[in-house]
Design a binder for this molecule. Structure first.
Ligand code: DX5
Ligand code: ZN
Length: 218
């Protein structure tokens, strides 16, 4: 059970201090948006490279970008511990996942809420993580979509049948109110942006989220 705070809701003028505030988490989730795949623009490779130099945590890059086949491997080569691309944007998800792993990163594949799991289940052997989006990607602070839990359960069932160490991440609207339902459905990596960085004490909120899922091992 791992917690990955999303710095999308952190203070972008003080990212190093914000990362240090959540240093007890497992990962730092960094949302790369290109104003094309999603209607929002955040940061790109140069900022990720700078974060990698100062982060006390391994970096979990969530790429909400068009043409990840072209752009994603550079994030793995830069040293991100995990790189997740959107399957809706990838021309060759299998080849891309292989290139990410060859560059030394874990390979993650994300699904938007409207994207079904079944057509992609065969890709599991190429993946280290499946990200089930629980909001439409693009913005922090949106409401959790409980109808995505059935997809989390379907991915968990595929992983159980396949075997191996494949993580299931949820991202969007994850908070103290929703995290247990995610864990019960089979998620084991929890991204939380506004829940952590809007809290008075971000470190305490990470501990609280961790405590809530501890009782729900899949
Ligand atoms: C949204 C991003 C999320 C975002 C989640 O597209 O992928 O990582 O930061 O924010 P919250 O936790 O506030 O829903
Ligand atoms: Zn994200």
């Amino acid at each position: 059970m791992q917690i990955s705070p999303s710095i999308l809701s952190a203070d972008f003028a003080n990212l190093q201090a914000e990362l240090e505030a959540v240093a007890d988490a497992d990962w730092a989730h960094v949302d790369v948006m290109d104003n094309h795949f999603v209607p929002n623009l955040t940061l790109g490779l140069p900022v990720v490279e700078s974060l990698l130099r100062v982060s006390p945590l391994p970096i979990d890059c969530h790429l909400m970008i068009t043409d990840p086949d072209r752009w994603a491997p550079a994030y793995a080569e830069a040293g991100a511990g995990s790189v997740t691309f959107h399957v809706e944007a990838a021309a060759d998800p299998c080849g891309l996942a292989r290139r990410l792993r060859a560059a030394g990163s874990r390979a993650g594949m994300a699904l938007k809420p409207g994207t079904p799991w079944a057509p992609y289940a065969d890709l599991l052997p190429e993946l280290d993580m499946v990200l089930v989006m629980t909001v439409e990607p693009g913005f922090g602070g949106q409401s959790f979509m409980a109808d995505q839990l059935a997809k989390v359960a379907a991915v968990r069932e595929s992983v159980r049948r396949h075997g191996g160490e494949i993580w299931i991440q949820v991202d969007g609207g994850v908070s103290a109110q929703t995290i247990e339902a995610c864990a019960e459905a089979g998620a084991d990596v929890f991204v939380a942006g506004s829940a952590v960085f809007a809290a008075e004490d971000a470190a305490a909120e990470v501990r609280r989220l961790r405590e809530l899922v501890r009782a729900h091992p899949h």
